[in-house]
Ligand binder design. Structure first.
Ligand SMILES: *Cc1c(COP(=O)(O)O)cnc(C)c1O
Length: 387
């Protein structure tokens, strides 16, 4: 029986799809210590440099002393701490949402929430480049009909909505797309939701902290606010901690809190994570310098990529992909970059469509302009101008 899995693994390796588990030996930061070597790293989603921020770490330490490490149970048994309640209230106030519910991860949020929103009488409309957690949530929910619309194509979406026979409709979208770094056409999506009586779930994992006034995310950046939007975002990226939330109208969120299986049957996050997240979000909201620095770094990088003749995709988020194409080539490039002491993630299918393997350069406010120049020098060396 084991032979089946051994041969599947071999196939996987032959296709150049094997992913190593590199051992990181210290905190997140511009330099990562991995397998006994130090690299200048552009692969973390710690976009604002908060994952190892002294204020955030101190908050975790204080909560550690007060609450210990484990939450002990799921939120509905005895794992719901006052720190979690305060975090939810803080986010609700900050984002002007009636009620917020924190989950232990973004992935678990979607697995728990989507099956409650969507049932066998619901039509779902999902962007072709949506995150795996949205896709898997829909699989669990088993909608009456699933329409996967071409990336960002709200004209296509409108035609599908117009001819949709089901009265209950959900549009699902990333706010910022995780492998391309572009922003969803949220104004159009919400206008369509209002016109065709649909609802919109926006996954803002990569928008929160990076876009909009106070880093409130892609919805705020697009000036969108609607009762038809269910707002979701995660803490593992720009906020630098772990966990996720959904927020919206109180009865809906209360219903999710009562019934979402990944809330009911999964141990709550350690209170120290809630405490650290609260302080990290205060930094997100008040420390505008992190975002303005990130914007400067992004502009320098995009200009540099263009000068090198690389297929960069200009981006207002922290994600700057360089499309390479073939799996083996993107692996060779990232290996060569590592030899130069620079760490950039090579992303292959199934994380991205076939033939669009890429270097996914992610920037952090902890980087300096000199770091960007070193990255560009490394790229020039390994790719050759115009490659
Ligand atoms: C990372 C990510 C998630 C999952 O969040 P976790 O808290 O890491 O489980 C969901 N959606 C998007 C778009 C993401 O990038």
């Amino acid at each position: 029986m084991m032979n089946v899995y051994a041969s599947r693994l071999q196939d996987w390796q032959r296709q150049g799809l094997e992913r190593p588990h590199h051992r990181v030996q210290g905190p997140q930061g511009p330099y990562l210590s991995v397998d006994d070597r130090t690299y200048l790293a552009f692969c973390s989603n710690d976009y604002l440099g908060l994952a190892n921020d002294p204020k955030v770490c101190a908050a975790a330490q204080r909560a550690l002393e007060q609450y210990g490490v484990g939450a002990g149970a799921s939120a509905l048994v005895c794992g719901y701490s006052v720190v979690q309640a305060e975090l939810e209230a803080w986010i609700a106030h900050w984002l002007d949402l009636e009620r917020v519910l924190v989950f232990s991860s973004g992935y678990l949020t979607h697995l728990g929430v989507i099956p409650l929103l969507v049932d066998g009488e619901t039509a779902v409309f999902s962007d072709a480049l949506n995150h795996a957690s949205l896709i898997d949530g829909v699989r669990l929910a088993r909608p009456a009909r699933l329409t996967i619309y071409p990336h960002g194509d709200w004209g296509f979406l409108e035609r599908s909505l117009r001819t949709c026979a089901f009265g209950h409709r959900w549009i699902l979208t990333d706010g910022v797309f995780s492998m391309d770094g572009d922003v969803a056409p949220l104004r159009e999506l919400v206008r369509l939701a209002e016109q065709y009586e649909a609802w919109v779930l926006v996954d803002d994992a990569h928008g929160l902290g990076v876009l909009g006034p106070q880093g409130k995310g892609s919805l705020a950046a697009c000036g969108v606010s609607s009762e038809r939007v269910l707002h979701m975002a995660t803490f593992g990226k720009a906020v630098g901690t772990a966990g996720a939330f959904v927020g919206g109208r109180a009865p809906l969120i209360e219903w999710l809190a009562q019934r979402a299986r990944t809330h009911m049957f999964s141990t709550a996050l350690p209170p120290l994570v809630h405490a650290a997240t609260r302080v990290a979000l205060e930094c997100v909201a008040s420390e505008e310098f992190r975002r303005s620095h990130l914007t400067r770094l992004g502009a320098r990088l995009d200009a540099g990529l263009q000068a090198l003749g690389l297929r960069g995709v200009p981006s207002c988020s922290a994600i700057h992909p360089v499309i390479v194409g073939e799996n083996q080539r993107v692996m060779a490039l990232s290996d060569r970059l590592r030899e130069e002491g620079v760490w950039v993630a090579a992303i292959r299918p199934p994380s991205v469509p076939e033939g669009t393997a890429r270097l996914r350069i992610s920037l952090s406010a902890a980087h300096t302009l000199e770091h960007i120049d070193r990255l560009l020098e490394g790229l020039e060396k390994v790719m050759g101008v115009g490659a």
